[in-house]
Design a protein around this ligand. Structure first.
Ligand SMILES: Cc1ncc(COP(=O)(O)O)c(C=O)c1O
Length: 375
C-alpha cells in the first residue's frame, strides 16, 4: 500500500521538536513559525505536557463515553473559566470539521431550520456540511452541494442583515479571523451588527475559532476583541497542542438531547490530559500576553519592508501579503534560512507560531526576512 496522494508535501521530515524549534532526520534545526498549522500552542514537547501525558498513559489511555470521565468534567470547568464562557456547555470531539458539523446540527435542531449563512472565502473543514460552508467548490463533491448554504462577503453587514431578515437560517458561521483565506479580520462593528441581526432573526451565531482561538490573538477567542458573545464556539488545533481533539462550546439556551451528538474517541483520557496541560502552561507562562506582545513587535518591525503589500492580523496570527516578485520568499525562508512559515495562496505568508515564541526568535525571522527581501 502507498499513501493516498492528497497533500503537496514540503521536502522536510521533522522528527524532533522543542519549544519553537523542530529538527529533521539529518539533524538540521528549523525555527517553527507555522506551528504545524496553528496547532502547536504551548510549544513542541513542553516538559509539563509530556510528563502529564506520560503519567496518564501509564494509568488509563482510553475508556468509552458510556461511563463517567472526571477529566472531561475538570476540562469543561477549567476551560469555561479561562475562555470566559463559564455557563456554557462543552461537547468534546476529534477535529475542527467535526466540531463544525456538530455545531450545524445543534443550530438546526434548536431552530428547526436547515439553511446556513456563511462568509465568502471561508474555510470550515472538509467533511460533508463543513465543506459545503467552505467557499471553495474545488474541494466539494456533488454529494456536498446540497445548496443549503448562502455566502455573503466578509465585512458587508448590509448583505448579511438582508439574508438574516428572511428568518430561514439556522446559523450564521464566521471565523474569528479568516485563516486559510489569507488572514482577514472581521471589523468590530461588523461583528456587533451580526450579533444583533442573529438575535433579532432567531439565528444561532457560530464562531469558528479553530485557527484563531486558544489565545493566539491575545484574547482566548478572537471575537472577544469585539466584546460580542457567540451562541456556539468551535475550537480545535491549539486545544491539544498536537493531540487530535476539538470542542463545541454551547450556550445554555441550546438544550442537549441524548443520542443527538456522539463520538467514540472524543474527550478520551489522553486528549483531556493534553488539553488540561495546555491550559496549565498557557496560564503558568502567560502565553496570551506573550502572543499580544510578540505579535505587536513583529508587525512593528515588518512595517515598511519593500516586499510587503499588506500586513494583516492580530497577535500571533499574522498574514504578510507579498508584493509581486516576492512569491518565492516562503520557500527561501525555509530552505535558505531554516524558518518554516505557513502560506495562503502564492502571495501570503502566514505566521502561526507557538505562543511561547521569544523576541530573540522573532528577531531572527525579521533579520532573515529583511535580508531575503532586499536582494
Ligand atoms: C477556521 C478553520 N475551521 C475548520 C478547520 C478544519 O479543522 P480540521 O482540519 O481539524 O478538521 C480548519 C483547519 O484548518 C480551520 O482553519
Amino acid at each position: 500500500m502507498k499513501l493516498f496522494d492528497v497533500y503537496p508535501l514540503w521536502n522536510i521530515e521533522p522528527v524532533k521538536g522543542e519549544g519553537c524549534h523542530i529538527w529533521d532526520k539529518e539533524g538540521n534545526e528549523y525555527i517553527d513559525l507555522y506551528g504545524g498549522h496553528a496547532v502547536i500552542s504551548i510549544g513542541h514537547c513542553h516538559p509539563t505536557y509530556c510528563s502529564m501525558l506520560k503519567e496518564q498513559t501509564d494509568k488509563l489511555g482510553f475508556y468509552s463515553n458510556a461511563v463517567q470521565n472526571g477529566l472531561q468534567k475538570e476540562l469543561a470547568e477549567k476551560l469555561g473559566q479561562v475562555c470566559g464562557y463559564p455557563d456554557y456547555d462543552l461537547f468534546l470531539c476529534n477535529s475542527g470539521a467535526e466540531a463544525n458539523e456538530n455545531a450545524f446540527k445543534l443550530a438546526s435542531f434548536h431552530t428547526g431550520r436547515k439553511r446556513i449563512l456563511a462568509i465568502g472565502k471561508a474555510f470550515h473543514g472538509r467533511t460533508s456540511g463543513a465543506v459545503e460552508a467552505t467557499d471553495n467548490p474545488k474541494i466539494q463533491a456533488e454529494f456536498n452541494k446540497n445548496k443549503n448554504v448562502t455566502f455573503v462577503p466578509l465585512n458587508d453587514l448590509e448583505a448579511a442583515v438582508k439574508e438574516l431578515a428572511t428568518e430561514q437560517y439556522a446559523a450564521l458561521i464566521i471565523e474569528g479571523i479568516q485563516g486559510v483565506a489569507g488572514i482577514f479580520v472581521p471589523d468590530s462593528d461588523y461583528l456587533k451588527g451580526l450579533r444583533k441581526a442573529c438575535t433579532e432573526s432567531g439565528t444561532i451565531l457560530i464562531l469558528d475559532e479553530i485557527q484563531s482561538g486558544y489565545g493566539r490573538t491575545g484574547k482566548f477567542f478572537a471575537h472577544q476583541h469585539s466584546g460580542i458573545e457567540a451562541d456556539i464556539i468551535t475550537t480545535a488545533k491549539g486545544i491539544g497542542n498536537g493531540f487530535p481533539m476539538a470542542g463545541v462550546i454551547i450556550s445554555p439556551k441550546i438544550k442537549a438531547v441524548y443520542g443527538m451528538l456522539g463520538t467514540t474517541f472524543g474527550g478520551n483520557h489522553l486528549a483531556c490530559t493534553a488539553a488540561l496541560a495546555v491550559l496549565k502552561v498557557m496560564q503558568d507562562e502567560n502565553l496570551m500576553e506573550n502572543a499580544t506582545a510578540i505579535g505587536e513587535y513583529l508587525i512593528e518591525k515588518l512595517q515598511g519592508n519593500r516586499a510587503i503589500k499588506e500586513l494583516r492580523g492580530k497577535g500571533l496570527m499574522i498574514g504578510i501579503e507579498l508584493n509581486e516578485g516576492f512569491s518565492d520568499l516562503r520557500n527561501r525562508l525555509l530552505f535558505e534560512k531554516h524558518i518554516f512559515t505557513g502560506g495562503a495562496g502564492a502571495n501570503v505568508i502566514r505566521l502561526l507560531p507557538p505562543l511561547c515564541i521569544t523576541k530573540e526568535i522573532a528577531d531572527k525571522f525579521i533579520e532573515a526576512f529583511n535580508e531575503l527581501s532586499n536582494i
